[in-house]
Design a protein. Structure first.
Length: 276
């Protein structure tokens, strides 16, 4: 079976806490699992179907690969080295944070190698399209722009407006026709199960934007609502993965991606259209 010319990036799928900070972390195992994104490694299990696949075993609560490397604590408590979870739970005991030498070590061992690998995989001769793959909580957590509001079933982000068009003064990470076509493919695959939104509540993150700027290969950030496969709501202690729904949802995501790409190949847009 031929592989699709995609790069799949899964930056939040790990739950490992490195030894350098293990004695400092106060999150429980269930909290680490909940606030990381381990189900995404099964949800987007497309390693054998795409040209390039990249994930990590490190927890995003320790090193968030989808943040800028200079967004450091205490100025950026939700930055690359986190001080608290999205619900305000401290990551480290007594409100402490790792000292700058440990921060540097964490970035050198986990952050920069991931981004170097992304950059290496983005060979225009092999990769035509890249996706940064995530899940999202069913409702916006406190402090977020959509706090308390119900989230769509699927959110696709290209740093554009609600139609995928470039916003004034910024670049979108793929053509609007691409993100609109992918949204249509998800709507066709998932039917009436929920809304497919563009750039709401997320319009993309550091990975999609930084690597699009560097290589110019189109990127879309994909966010899938955890309600598709998770029970227990927003409580880490009661969160349970429905493995059957998780596997089924993954196959439907793949079907949508294939339908989208087949449509672009048929129209020639995957070759002829350039980033606006």
């Amino acid at each position: 079976m031929s592989r699709h010319p995609f790069l799949i990036s899964i930056p939040h799928g790990g739950i490992r806490v490195p030894a350098e900070v293990s004695e400092m972390v106060c999150l429980t195992k269930s909290e680490l699992v909940f606030y990381s994104d381990p189900a995404t490694r099964a949800l987007y299990r497309f390693r054998e179907r795409v040209s390039a696949f990249l994930d990590t075993d490190i927890s995003r609560m320790i090193v968030d690969l989808n943040r800028a490397p200079y967004h450091l604590p205490p100025k950026h408590p939700d930055g690359v080295i986190k001080q608290k979870t999205v619900f305000g739970t401290p990551v480290y005991r007594n409100g402490s944070i790792p000292d700058i030498r440990i921060v540097h070590q964490l970035l050198m061992e986990h952050y920069f190698p991931y981004h170097a690998a992304v950059d290496q995989y983005l060979d225009p001769g092999q990769i035509a399209f890249a996706l940064d793959c995530h899940s999202m909580l069913p409702h916006g957590p406190p402090g977020h722009r959509d706090a308390g509001r119900e989230r769509p079933l699927i959110c696709l982000g290209n740093n554009g407006d609600l139609h995928g068009e470039p916003r004034p003064g910024s670049l979108s990470t793929c053509p609007s026709a691409w993100i609109q076509a992918l949204a249509a493919a998800f709507r066709e695959e998932f039917g009436a199960k929920g809304e497919v939104a563009i750039n709401r509540p997320f319009s993309g993150g550091f990975i999609t934007n930084a690597h699009f700027w560097h290589k110019g290969i189109p990127w879309i950030q994909v966010e899938v609502n955890r309600d598709l496969y998770e029970r227990g709501g927003a409580d880490p202690a009661f969160s349970v993965i429905d493995q059957e729904n998780l596997n089924f949802s993954g196959e439907r995501i793949w079907n949508a991606l294939c339908s989208f790409w087949d449509g672009l190949e048929t129209s020639g847009d995957c070759i002829d259209e350039t980033i606006q």
